[in-house]
Design a binder for this molecule. Structure first.
Ligand code: ZN
Length: 133
C-alpha cells in the first residue's frame, strides 16, 4: 500500500511545557491540539505544516515507550508516520513483505486516527507508523 504523504513526524520531548513554545517560535505557528493518550502513556501536542503534522510526545510514565526512549536516546525524532488508506491493510502487507509489525491490526491513536507501528529492527532503524482516517 503506497502512502499518500507523511502524516506526521513524532518527536519525543521531556516537557511539552518547554517544547511547545520552542516549536511555536521555530515554526511560526501555534500548537492546535494537546491530547493525552492513556494507553500509550503519552501526552501529545500537534502543529500543522502544510499537510504534515509535527507530533510532540511527552511521557506520562517513565516506564512507557516514550519514557524509555528518552532514557536511552534522549530527546529527538521518534517515528515517521505515513498516511495510508487503511492502516491494518498496510500492516498486513508489510508483514507479508517480511517486515515485523508491532501491531497486527490498527488501534486508535491521537486525533481518532487508526494507527499501527512496524518494528525498527525490521525497518533499518526507523520506527514507522501507518495512519488512516
Ligand atoms: Zn505518531
Amino acid at each position: 500500500m503506497k502512502p499518500t504523504h507523511i502524516e506526521h513526524l513524532g518527536i519525543a520531548v521531556k516537557s511539552l511545557a518547554e517544547s511547545v513554545p520552542f516549536y511555536e517560535n521555530l515554526l511560526g505557528t501555534t500548537c492546535y491540539a494537546v491530547e493525552e493518550i492513556k494507553g500509550q502513556k503519552v501526552k501529545t501536542a500537534f502543529f500543522l505544516i502544510g499537510q504534515t503534522k509535527i507530533e510532540l510526545l511527552e511521557s506520562t510514565d517513565p516506564e512507557g515507550p516514550i519514557g524509555k526512549f528518552i532514557e536511552k536516546k534522549g530527546e529527538g525524532i521518534h517515528h515517521v508516520a505515513f498516511a495510508v488508506k487503511d492502516a491494518t491493510l498496510a500492516l498486513e502487507e508489510a508483514e507479508s513483505n517480511g517486515l515485523t509489525p508491532i501491531d497486527k491490526v490498527s488501534r486508535k491513536g491521537a486525533e481518532g486516527m487508526n494507527i499501527g507501528f512496524l518494528h525498527p529492527k525490521s525497518t533499518r532503524g526507523v520506527l514507522i507508523e501507518f495512519c488512516s482516517k
